[in-house]
Design a protein around this ligand. Structure first.
Ligand code: NDP
Length: 524
């Protein structure tokens, strides 16, 4: 907001700069007469108002963010030639956006959900976007299931209500979700502040050094102030009184000079380790245990500047995993490959063809692209040739500097495949490790009560039974504790026995069907 003490406010104008005639009264024929259509000022106010919103993101709709910088604190040039990591002490401007996943604009910030954790690094080689979450894994490993997953987390088609039944129906029908569900149901599902929340690139990425040597990489941001979560009860207590709790907390901290910071660390796997590693390293439902690949410090990210305009800088900020700079690369992770297409595409739809020209998204490195024109384009290449090759000095690719970071594949017949299972791959193992070995006694107790509260709220008996089987596969003690919490330890009816089956006979679609056998049949 502008300073309220400004002695002489500026003159209101049309968007064309013409002084406005009047703010409070429409132009009418006499005191009661109809409004004149040629009152362009009032008409244009209405027209602009009707167009004020861009479509909200279908996922990660509600976000908060701030500007800052990244500073290299440890030399990793043996792994990457990326210019932003070229020397200790080097600083790169960034913007970060944190978000809910399922909640829409206006949804309470503290409700249980994974959180988006996206960072745009404005490097001298163009923008690098690390578009991650506050969890190191994801609910599925193939983008073919993503739309189904998100719909199950959103709202029922008839009532417009959210439904725990849909969520557990999808999760229990998709056992690869177990690890992420376990994290979500721990207190990490209700972070107490964006400033004290860890972030992850989640996928496996790659790096290449100046000598052309390549490694696989995972990214971790550890909050320097430590990771702090709400209990389920605390999160619920904030949701009503202040739905914008996390947004306000982030803004207030930065305004007060309490600048949140994170240490960026990487795990590095030699290219040649991937094939024989005990977990398939490209399966985003798995972590690489720290004991196998220890964390290596890279640098520090600091957020020190709030946006001046939320819509321009946060709502219109657009992150895409396809923004990857020389020296950094992708991997065979199929979810990552799906996101390479999907994120850029959604911004084209949501903001427009030329969204990358908006100041928050614009590269600070020169842009010399043959892409041209389209709605709202204002930066252009003057008289530059519009085709390539040309004989008139148009840009030419630098195949050395910009070359693809590639890997070899076995190839084989085009088909629809599951990941090759490595020695210790299964859907429940790492989720069980988390429950048994990482969570404290208190963390385990909270996970149980969080799950009992969730499964006990509007989940039909069929799905409750499946949830208990699924949780028992994560850990027998967890399954038993949740069964006890639901009051079914003695084999009685699940607590939600009265809960309606949302896609049941009322909708003329018959009762819920156990989909697990057919769901898993196609997987190797
Ligand atoms: P470690 O003990 O070395 O690492 C455990 C990590 O678990 C911690 O560093 C922390 O990651 C994370 N963690 C702690 N509390 C929670 C929680 N409530 N929910 C989710 N994650 C939490 O063990 P390993 O590396 O051998 O991994 C063992 C298990 O730990 C894995 O199966 C996985 O479930 C979980 N885990 C491992 C991570 C990793 O990158 N190795 C990361 C996250 C979970 P951080 O400090 O990065 O937040």
């Amino acid at each position: 907001m502008t300073d309220q003490s400004t002695p002489t406010p500026p003159t209101t104008t049309f968007d064309s700069g013409i002084p406005a005639p009047e703010e409070d009264y429409s132009l009418t024929a006499g005191t009661d007469g109809p409004i004149a259509l040629h009152d362009a000022y009032v008409v244009q106010k209405m027209q602009q108002f009707n167009r004020e919103r861009v479509p909200e993101r279908v996922v990660h709709a509600k976000g908060s963010g701030a500007h800052g910088y990244f500073e290299v604190t440890n030399d990793i040039t043996r792994y990457t030639r990326a210019s932003l990591f070229s020397e200790v002490g080097k600083r790169t401007e960034i913007i970060a956006r944190f978000s809910q996943v399922a909640g829409e604009h206006g949804y309470p910030d503290t409700v249980r959900d994974p959180r988006g954790f996206s960072v745009k690094f404005y490097t001298e080689d163009g923008n690098w976007d690390l578009v991650g979450n506050n969890t190191p894994v994801f609910f599925m490993r193939d983008p073919a299931k993503f739309q189904h997953f998100i719909r199950s987390q959103k709202r029922l088609p008839d009532s417009g209500l959210r439904s725990n039944d849909m969520q557990w129906d999808f999760w229990t029908g998709s056992p690869e979700s177990a690890h992420q569900v376990m994290i979500l149901m721990s207190d990490h599902g209700t972070p107490a502040s964006y400033a004290t929340m860890n972030g992850y690139g989640s996928h496996t990425f790659s790096m290449e050094n100046a000598a052309g040597e390549k490694v696989w990489v995972k990214y971790h941001f550890h909050a320097d102030a430590g990771q702090h979560d709400f209990t389920d009860e605390e999160a619920g207590a904030h949701a009503g009184p202040d739905p914008d709790y996390l947004r306000r907390d982030l803004r207030d901290r930065i305004a007060e000079g309490d600048h949140p910071s994170w240490t960026l660390k990487i795990q590095v796997m030699p290219f040649e380790d991937a094939e024989g590693y005990r977990f398939n390293p490209f399966d985003v439902t798995k972590v690489w245990p720290h004991g196998d690949y220890p964390l290596i410090e890279v640098g520090r990210m600091v957020l020190d500047r709030n946006p001046d305009n939320f819509f321009a800088e946060i709502e219109q900020s657009a992150f895409s995993p396809s923004n990857i700079v020389p020296g950094l690369g992708l991997s065979p992770d199929k979810m990552l490959q799906g996101r390479i297409f999907s994120y850029h595409d959604t911004h084209l739809h949501r903001i427009g063809t030329n969204y990358q020209q908006l100041p928050v998204n614009a590269s600070k490195a020169p842009v010399n692209s043959y892409n041209q024109d389209g709605a709202m384009r204002y930066a252009h290449s003057d008289g530059q040739p519009v085709y390539s090759p040309n004989s008139y000095g148009g840009p030419v690719s630098d195949t050395e500097r910009g070359h693809d970071l590639t890997w070899s594949t076995e190839g084989g017949e085009i088909g629809r495949y599951a990941y090759v299972a490595h020695a210790e791959d299964d859907d429940f193992g790492q989720a069980g490790t988390l429950y048994r070995h990482v969570l404290s006694d208190e963390g385990r107790e909270h996970a149980v009560t969080n799950i009992v509260g969730h499964v006990g709220d509007g989940v039909s008996p069929t799905i409750q039974r499946r949830a208990l089987e699924y949780l028992t596969k994560i850990d027998a003690g967890l399954g038993a504790a949740v069964a006890k919490g639901l009051g079914v330890a003695d084999g009685g009816e699940p607590a939600g026995a009265d809960a309606p089956e949302p896609f049941g006979q009322a909708a003329g679609q018959g009762p819920a069907v156990d989909l697990r056998e057919s769901e898993t049949a196609g997987r190797a």
